[in-house]
Design a protein around this ligand. Structure first.
Ligand code: NAP
Ligand code: G4F
Length: 341
């Protein structure tokens, strides 16, 4: 039973990832007690948690292991569960389709079933994606647009999405699916195209590399900022009734335009440095995605606040600061070595 003045508790899977880190900061700011599920790794991937790691409770768990999910729910007794964990990189899903379906798809069913059995009162958020639209039937895409995934990742996310809808309808659980379009930040993983381009622009401007190899420059995405998008996740779980929402900026830009913004920010021309490498072209993909987030605007009062250009410039600057920090550390290390200290 909830006690008066008892803090609200949230369980976040994928807390070590981009969105997990921003969402946790938002929840801590709102006074939540936050529990994060982390999987075992030989070398822990915790750089994104630097701002808050001493203020959260970390529980060992894996979306592939039901018993660990039950245990995490029993230990955290959450009011809200945010499922952000996934194998989230589309090219890896072509190389490891079964593992992607196992974690990104069936993992969600494991978590929903654990929730139904041990924490049915908790509100549940599922990280769905615009990749489910894939070969989109209409522009822009909204909550009623049919799914036609173009990657094993998209297929796994459709499975997870319908499982979430089914647990809401069949068992009356408070389950919401946020259909989020691409969102980025300085905490984005290094293989995703925005981070790859931002890091290359910073490196080339420092004379550390000269070429950037990319796949399809004509692909178009609706790119927003993770800090804006995690606010929408939280808002969904504060509503009276559960439902699904598209979260997007409504503007689409090509990979070519992304390169122009990033390189211009450091005084360079993208055309002088970008080369196509067919190995980065996918077997099939969603060529253009653009979302209609009017339901989120009307019902959640949600709007994006950070522009595409400002976000890419922030990423290029952050990549540059990381590089300068590394070279400062390396210089200090060499100095210490030379002086024998
Ligand atoms: P991310 O940076 O790749 O983070 C993924 C997280 O999942 C990491 O914390 C990772 O842990 C964890 N994870 C992976 N496999 C796991 C497993 N078997 N058990 C437990 N945890 C596991 O992804 P993100 O960009 O923050 O995205 C968050 C979620 O939103 C994902 O589900 C993604 O598919 C979805 N999504 C993202 C976007 C986007 O544009 N960013 C758009 C739509 C939907 P490790 O640190 O141990 O690897
Ligand atoms: O940054 P990306 O790898 O993201 P992608 O595939 O759109 O997926 C991301 O957004 C989804 C939401 O729609 C999430 F669900 C998913 O988890 C992930 O966060 O690629 C963006 C675009 C693609 O069209 C890709 O073909 O960039 C194109 N691209 C061109 N050259 C490249 C490259 N992508 C990558 N990663 N690397 C390249 O060299």
């Amino acid at each position: 039973m909830t006690q008066i003045n008892e803090p609200r508790r949230a369980l976040v899977t994928g807390i070590t990832g981009q969105d997990g880190s921003y969402l946790t900061e938002l929840l801590l700011d709102q006074g939540y007690e936050v529990y994060g599920v982390i999987r075992h790794s030989a070398s822990r991937n915790d750089w994104r948690m630097a701002n808050f790691s001493s203020r959260v409770h970390l529980l060992s768990g894996d979306l592939g292991d039901s018993s660990s999910l039950v245990r995490a729910l029993l230990r955290s007794r959450p009011h809200e569960v945010y499922n952000l964990a996934a194998q989230s990189f589309v090219p890896t899903s072509f190389e490891q389709p079964l593992q992607t379906l196992e974690i990104t798809g069936l993992g969600v069913l494991r978590l929903l079933e654990a929730l139904r059995q041990v924490a049915p009162e908790a509100r549940f958020y599922q990280a769905s994606t615009s990749e489910m639209f894939g070969q989109a039937r209409e522009m822009p895409q909204n909550e009623r647009t049919a799914f036609h995934p173009r990657s094993p990742y998209g297929v796994a996310k459709v499975t997870a999405h319908w499982a979430t809808v089914n647990y809401r309808e069949a068992y009356g659980l408070f389950c919401c699916s946020g259909i989020l379009f691409n969102h980025e930040s300085p905490r984005r993983g290094s293989d995703f195209v925005t981070q790859k381009v931002a890091t290359a622009a910073a490196r080339i401007s420092r004379g550390l590399q000269s070429e950037l190899y990319l796949g399809n420059l004509d692909a178009q995405r609706d790119w927003g900022h993770s800090r804006d998008f995690v606010r929408a996740m939280w808002l969904m779980l504060q509503q009276d009734e559960p439902r699904d929402f598209v979260i997007a900026t409504g503007a689409t830009r090509s990979v070519r335009e992304l390169c122009q913004v990033a390189f211009e920010h450091v005084g360079l021309r993208a055309d002088d440095h970008v080369t196509i490498d067919p190995s980065f072209v996918r077997p099939k993909e969603a060529k253009q995605l653009v979302g209609d987030a009017s339901a989120a605007r009307d019902q959640l009062g949600w709007r994006p606040t950070i522009s595409f250009d400002a976000m890419i410039e922030e990423m290029v600057d952050a990549a540059g600061e990381r590089l300068d920090g590394f070279s400062r550390e390396a210089r200090q290390g060499r100095k210490a070595e030379l002086s024998g200290s």
